[in-house]
Design a protein around this ligand. Structure first.
Ligand SMILES: [Zn+2]
Length: 266
């Protein structure tokens, strides 16, 4: 199995040792661990060095654009050159978060789109309530090294535009919760070969029946264990009328064409 988007470096998960042991037992063989700010890129890099299943991705998240040293683009490029297998992300746009500055977010996204194009690295993008602006930015970008819209919760009407740009879409267990049926339904309009699965651990808590690996709450907030992804594979297979083994194979192929399909440059 592959986890196309998570934050294993997040301190809310606690010691990554036991988490990685559980992930290995469950046969999750590739995890795209997304950094969000220069502060956590070091831990992402460390995890990539100690765990062969960790595929690092380095990016500046739209929630973190306000408090970042001005030399972050050089630091980011340094990390990407240090890890030729690394992707770019988590980057994106977010008009949902309080106090957002969309213009600043656009500038920051633009720098990351250019770096991904120059170094030919796959992108992992976040978007909330800024889909039109995101589409404009992506139309002017070179996405030929691969582009993932993680936890896609945008309008079904815009899918065609993003599909035409070659985007992939990842589904998280969260969309199987009661009340999220509309979000899940959106995925019915996406070609199966463009769909990936993600835990987004420690966030995006799936419904209770998915939680096989409970973790203690932090400050009253539920914490999603990456290995809960196994339940998502099973639910996705049932939803698609596939045997779980066939669903795993399908997602693995899509994952490879998103992340490794483009031509790489170091
Ligand atoms: Zn994320």
């Amino acid at each position: 199995m592959t986890d196309s988007h998570l934050h294993l470096q997040d301190a809310r998960l606690g010691d990554p040792g036991p988490i990685l042991a559980a992930v290995r037992r469950e046969k999750i063989r590739a995890l795209v661990v997304n950094g969000t700010h220069p502060e956590d890129w070091g831990e992402v890099a460390r995890l990539a060095r100690i765990a062969p299943e960790v595929i690092p991705s380095f990016g500046l998240h739209p929630w973190r654009v306000g408090d970042v040293p001005s030399d972050w683009p050089e630091t980011l490029e340094g990390r990407l050159r240090e890890f030729p297998e690394a992707g770019v992300g988590e980057a994106g746009l977010d008009r949902w978060i309080r106090g957002h500055d969309l213009e600043r977010q656009k500038e920051v996204l633009q720098i990351q789109l250019e770096l991904a194009a120059t170094l030919r690295r796959p992108l992992s993008l976040h978007c909330l309530q800024a889909w039109g602006t995101l589409l404009e930015c992506l139309r002017n970008a070179d996405l030929s090294a691969g582009c993932l819209l993680h936890s896609y919760a945008g309008p079904v009407e815009m899918l065609g535009d993003f599909i035409d740009l070659g985007a992939y879409f990842s589904l998280s267990g969260y969309f199987f919760r009661d009340g999220k049926e509309k979000k899940l339904e959106t995925f019915e309009s996406i070609p199966p070969e463009r769909i990936l699965l993600e835990s987004d651990a420690p966030d995006m808590m799936p419904p209770e029946q998915f939680v096989r690996f409970p973790l203690p709450e932090r400050d009253g907030e539920a914490i999603n264990h990456p290995a809960n992804l196994v339940s998502l594979y099973e639910a996705y297979a049932r939803w698609q009328g596939l045997a779980t083994a066939d669903a795993i194979l399908r997602i693995r192929r899509s994952f490879a064409s998103w992340f490794f399909g483009g031509e790489r440059k170091h």
